[in-house]
Design a binder for this molecule. Sequence first.
Ligand SMILES: [Zn+2]
Length: 352
Amino acid sequence: MKKMITAVCAALILIMTASAAYADYDISVRMDGITADDSQYVQFGDIKPVQLDSRTLVPARAMAEAAGMEVTWDQPTQTAILLLKIGLYSEKPIERYAAKAISMVNPPTPGLVPVDITAAIKLGSSTAVIRYNFRDSEGDYIAVGCEYEMVSKTILIDDGTLMLPIRDSMEIFGLTVGWNQDEMCAYVSVPETVTIPDNLKVIQNNGEGKYAPTAANSNEYTSYNYQDLINGGSGLSYAAENTAASVDEPSYENKGTYLGKFYITHYCPCEICNEGWGNNTAWAGEIVPGRTIGVNPDIIPPLSWVYIEGYGLRRAEDTGGGIGTYHIDIAVESHDLISTLETSYRDVYLVE
Ligand SMILES: [Zn+2]
């Protein structure tokens, strides 16, 4: 028996998976040794994976089930809860992996029984929460966890399907996610070495939303039109249109509005720097060394030009999980170059 979903609202329906053939240009998702030892392609229904800002988003229910997880929806906090069972002797590799992961967590008191691992991923928010859940002798849950900064956000498309960023929603569990650009295929696997976050602490449970984030405040999000996503934000045409776009640098009289001192690091278009996700930026096609910088979009608006003391004009075209708040990652030509460049703190201006 599949666990019934208890909280379903009219605005949000987690679409059930239906088997369907998909065309060549579609984004595919492969599970490598997740619920079985072999590789399996995830079967999606009417709603297929899409790309938004060069990140792949997948229908929550189909994705969760393919990954051997359960997904529920916590309406008060607008949060999707992915639940991963543990089982040291399970037939499913992912449940054996989960058992090893939770065994590495130091529970706050001895004698707690490990139960499961959950990820609370809130709609429209880039902050998720990973929890390693234990039960005490009285049956009460005790969660040990931490916040997790996502690269992308969970979105809702206008038929009510919740779309999870595949990379964030799997990496939060410590799983490995790769991307094959030629095949337009994202693949998920269990890492050889099991690791857990190093900043875990006891997290207060939150009433009915036992696994939900503590903050139940409302948040804003945009609903996306599926056809728009398919036409404009996914597939090969998107990649081709945006490849190495030429952009005119703005002229400027002064340096613009002072934004503050930023921590400056460097990256390049290589696989190491982009973790197998290709050399596409989040917002502007391919990485262009000398122009592209990775920024926190809450601080520097996407596609805006900034002046960095000592570097000159750069354009906010990229972001990533490693980008801090006042942090700019500057694209340079090659990986060898990175080790020769010092990190520093620089004054940064937003050019009008
Ligand atoms: Zn590199």
